[in-house]
Write a protein that binds this ligand. Structure first.
Ligand SMILES: [Zn+2]
Length: 157
């Protein structure tokens, strides 16, 4: 038997076996054992280091990109500040500096903030108009009656 044939036979034999490891509940693993081992990748005692490396690589991949906790607060006093933040966020997500999920949250909150700012501006404009109206003489109901139309118009013209 050549070394290649022996290797192939070993792989076949190995792949036919199931893992000797135990599941957390105590039952047998039943996953196909890896070539040349009595265990699957997850239970092979010789692969502990490799497993840890794979897990930490997965952890790095799954970790979402965010700004460091030391990043200063952004000033959001008016619509221009919000627009600036949104523009900055767009560029950060394009460079992969922040996760798109974080960028989505910033976009959503930014839109809410813009709306709230708009409402605040509208409220203060209404208040200003009300103050102007309050300073005007009150137009009595009778002045709108047809009988008085002429006199009212006469006053205006
Ligand atoms: Zn196993």
């Amino acid at each position: 038997m050549s070394s290649k044939q022996r290797a192939t036979a070993q792989i076949r034999a190995a792949s036919a076996r199931s893992c000797q490891g135990r599941k957390p509940d105590g039952g047998s693993c039943r996953t196909q054992a890896t070539a040349g081992s009595d265990y699957c990748f997850f239970h092979d005692p010789g692969k502990a280091e490799e497993r840890a490396a794979a897990q930490s690589a997965g952890g790095r991949r799954n970790r979402i990109a965010v700004l460091p906790t030391t990043a200063p607060d952004v000033r959001l006093r008016d619509a221009r500040d919000v627009v600036e933040l949104l523009a900055e966020t767009i560029n950060q997500v394009r460079r992969g500096e922040i996760d798109p999920k974080v960028a989505n949250a910033v976009g959503y909150l930014g839109a809410l903030m813009l709306r709230a700012m708009e409402t605040t501006v509208t409220i203060s404009r209404i208040a200003a108009l009300e103050a102007v109206i309050a300073g005007q003489p009150v137009i009595s109901k009778s002045q709108f009656d047809e009988d008085h139309e002429e006199s009212v118009l006469g006053e205006i013209t």
